[in-house]
Design a protein around this ligand. Structure first.
Ligand code: SAM
Length: 481
């Protein structure tokens, strides 16, 4: 097993967080921390995916009869296939009926195969909160859908460690995958789970100091998004950075079993982004932020206290409204207007709607048959600027994929918009040149933030597009001399 963690890092242990990765020397922006292939790739719950190409597949391997394999693929992992095919009295129908079992079968085969056993053993020592899960709904779910069918299907008698496989071990494996699995992109854009035994050691921070990229062969690259000092923890964000504190904490508690106390979570203003804040109903000027220690929502300006339950209720209702909202620009603009009467302009639900509108506007702009008017460009520029402002506040001083993509969306729209205004004689040559030079500088910044992405990823491809656009822009600017 290749130890490919950057030599400037080591794995340490702390009472509060368990094992984590620490920097032992200064690490520069862009430096790679880890390149790792997954030990396991699993379909997400209730999905069946080909075990070779990972596209959705209902058909099975002709040899072992229980592994999903699409009609275009001929084989999957040779060891797994031969071992499963040798199990003559296996109740394949039961295993097929309870599709979630297959992930655990793969884990057990990882243990069975002498070549991969060390991966299994390392996976087994990861944190998984078995005792907290015992007797809970998730425990009952796995008991019915994984433990019972696995014990009954007859697989255990064919495994050299089969006599040690019991309810606790199977529940442990399910929990290990839940707590330590990474969400990875399937070829069709859907999601799957990947187990990366070294990458999982990074502790969480809501303002992480690394970016994670996964290429089309599922190789994970973790690189540093700002300079890290010696003795700092090397961190990853286990949840969506664009959620508010309560939502991030809720997700971390329910999926990873800890209460996050990072700097961002402890700051009621979330680094002055006000990502979870509301407008004050009393003075109508101030911003209502949550005091997390006292679990109170209070206006920073007039000190008015808002009812916590009421706030949770309206935010919940807005959340539901967004989930149900059709992907229609008119409806989304209406929801935005409605939410803006109650929520801070940077509230994460507002940012979410703005992202949805911006992506519809992108499709309109990119489709020449739509002949978008200037107002479409102006609205998209405005939205991208708003989203970027929030990203810059919550991820200060870092190179970030999200920032790069938003900046690129902004500059590509701006460049078109300036050209349009020039054609309509609203700008003269000198003015257009000046604006394109500013756009070029912003595009360079977006390029700088994507430089460390591996080639075979959507972002790596986007970098190539951006470099092309940079060339066009530079040619345009020269022609304006
Ligand atoms: C993916 S694992 C990380 C490796 C783990 N520490 C271990 O020893 O196996 C996630 C678990 O690490 C701990 N952890 C990670 N980041 C943390 C943080 N910021 N605060 C508290 N616990 C954290 C939690 O127990 C969490 O469930």
């Amino acid at each position: 097993m290749g130890e490919n963690l950057n030599k400037k890092c080591s794995v340490e242990q702390k009472e509060e967080i368990g094992r984590y990765v620490k920097a032992n020397a200064k690490i520069s922006t862009g430096e790679c921390i880890l390149l790792e292939q997954p030990s396991l790739i699993l379909a997400s719950d209730n999905e069946k995916r080909c075990n070779n190409c990972f596209n959705l597949a209902q058909s099975y391997c002709n040899i072992c009869k229980i592994t999903n394999l699409c009609r275009n693929c001929r084989s999957h992992n040779q060891y797994d296939c031969e071992k499963l095919a040798s199990m003559k009295n296996l109740d394949c129908d039961l295993l097929k009926k309870f599709g979630e079992c297959y992930g655990i079968v793969k884990c057990l085969l990882l243990q069975e195969n002498p070549e991969t056993r060390p991966y299994f053993e390392r996976m087994l020592v990861a944190e998984c909160y078995l005792e907290q899960r015992r007797g809970t709904d998730i425990w009952k779910h796995y008991n019915a859908n994984v433990v019972k069918p696995l014990m009954k299907c007859g697989i255990l008698k064919y495994l050299s460690h089969g006599s040690q496989v019991n309810e606790d071990l199977i529940q442990r494996l399910c929990a290990l995958i839940d707590v330590n699995g990474f969400e990875i992109r399937a070829p069709d854009g859907g999601s799957m789970k990947g187990v990366y035994i070294q990458a999982t050691l990074l502790s969480h921070d809501c303002t992480p100091n690394t970016e994670i990229a996964i290429d089309d062969k599922y190789c994970m690259k973790i690189y540093v998004n700002r300079e890290i000092q010696a003795d700092e923890a090397v961190t990853n964000c286990y949840t969506n950075v664009l959620l508010g504190t309560d939502e991030r904490r809720k997700i971390l508690k329910s999926t990873k079993y800890f209460h996050c106390t990072c700097k961002r979570c402890e700051d009621p203003t979330e680094f002055e982004s006000y990502l979870s804040s509301l407008l004050c109903t009393a003075c109508e000027k101030g911003t209502v932020v949550k005091n997390f220690q006292e679990n109170k929502w209070q206006c920073q300006s007039c000190q008015h206290l808002e009812d916590t339950q009421h706030i949770e209720k309206i935010v919940g209702e807005f959340q539901e409204e967004i989930l149900q909202a059709p992907n229609d620009i008119y409806q989304l603009e209406m929801s935005l207007q409605k939410l803006s009467k109650t929520l801070h302009p940077n509230h994460y639900l507002i940012v979410d709607i703005k992202q949805n509108i911006a992506s519809i506007l992108r499709m309109i702009i990119n489709n020449p048959s739509h002949c978008p008017g200037r107002n479409v460009y102006e609205r998209k520029i405005e939205l991208c600027e708003d989203i970027l402002k929030v990203l810059n506040l919550i991820l200060p001083g870092t190179i970030s994929r999200m920032k790069a993509i938003t900046l690129y969306e902004l500059v590509s729209t701006q460049a078109e918009y300036h050209r349009m205004r020039y054609k309509e004689n609203e700008l003269n040559k000198t003015h257009l040149k000046q604006l394109l030079i500013e756009t070029e500088q912003m595009l360079r910044e977006a390029v700088r933030m994507l430089l460390y992405e591996p080639k075979d990823t959507p972002e790596g491809n986007l970098l190539q597009t951006m470099l092309q656009e940079l060339k066009y822009l530079q040619t345009d600017i020269k022609m304006l001399d």
